[in-house]
Design a protein around this ligand. Sequence first.
Ligand SMILES: Cc1cc2nc3c(=O)[nH]c(=O)nc-3n(C[C@H](O)[C@H](O)[C@H](O)COP(=O)(O)OP(=O)(O)OC[C@H]3O[C@@H](n4cnc5c(N)ncnc54)[C@H](O)[C@@H]3O)c2cc1C
Length: 287
Amino acid sequence: MSLYPAFARPRDLGQAAEIMGSLSTGAMIIAGGQELMPSVNYGALMPEVYIDVGQIAALKGISEEAGAIQIGSFTVHRDVQNNDLIQSKLPLLSYAAAQIGGGMQVHNRGTIGGNIVAMHPLYDILPSLLALGAEVDVLSDVGEVRVALADLMKDARHGLGSESLLVRVHLKPMMPGAGWSYEKLKITAGGYGSANAAAIVTLDSSKITSLRVVVGAVSALPVDMSDTLSDCCGQAWSAHLAEEVEARSSAEIKEPLSDHQGDGEWRRAMAGVMARGAIEAAIKKAG
Ligand SMILES: Cc1cc2nc3c(=O)[nH]c(=O)nc-3n(C[C@H](O)[C@H](O)[C@H](O)COP(=O)(O)OP(=O)(O)OC[C@H]3O[C@@H](n4cnc5c(N)ncnc54)[C@H](O)[C@@H]3O)c2cc1C
């Protein structure tokens, strides 16, 4: 191993696939470096080769095609927050991106792709993307595949970060009239969440017709409560239903996180509180 890391800078997706296929272990993709470089600085990671994907035009930009919104993986958090298309058709995602801490540097340099691939339990973007039913395109030396983000998370990262590249995110626009909410419980302003929840609700008069709710920062990966809570559909929100939602959401957290921000029992309790709060807030905005 050389004393200094090497640096590869593919110009397009073809070159990126070729490079990823030819490099041995020890190579790492770098986007904004807001996740990777702190790990390198702390000595937790020592890439032998950095693959800088910042020159690849296909990874940049936000567009609408055939009724779906596509976000290039190299799109920075600030652009996700401020983009007109996202603000009007995916306001939940714009709002969640604005809740990321770390200040201007992280917002201007950190990318949606890096945030997804890091799959960090305390980060803000995954719960909203899961609630929105996101799909992603993943490129490796054998080609490009589209997978549901929920499936990608079950599958040991698909070699992302070294052998494969997250190219873009696909999202269907939120239904007109849908209520949404992203709630983040944090100890310090601008800090990581100790629990969070994203919810999307549609109503017919006062009855719930569809419900998506994903709770994050309480276990290693966000937990999608939508199936568990699907019997809320057809019911009007009430104090009784709210209590049930809270209890059932807490019970879904089998292996809670425990850290300086809160122990496992507290995390489990907060999962219920956040799910309930996010649904309540989304209902207020619906219609
Ligand atoms: C001080 C600070 C505070 C922060 N606070 C928050 C917060 O409150 N909420 C929050 O959500 N996040 C927070 N973050 C994290 C930040 O949002 C993420 O680190 C950032 O989004 C990562 O994006 P990046 O482009 O910098 O990724 P990088 O650091 O470049 O890469 C991160 C990982 O993803 C891989 N990778 C990157 N892009 C791709 C790709 N296209 N395909 C495959 N693999 C890829 C890399 O190999 C690496 O493993 C904070 C970060 C800092 C430094």
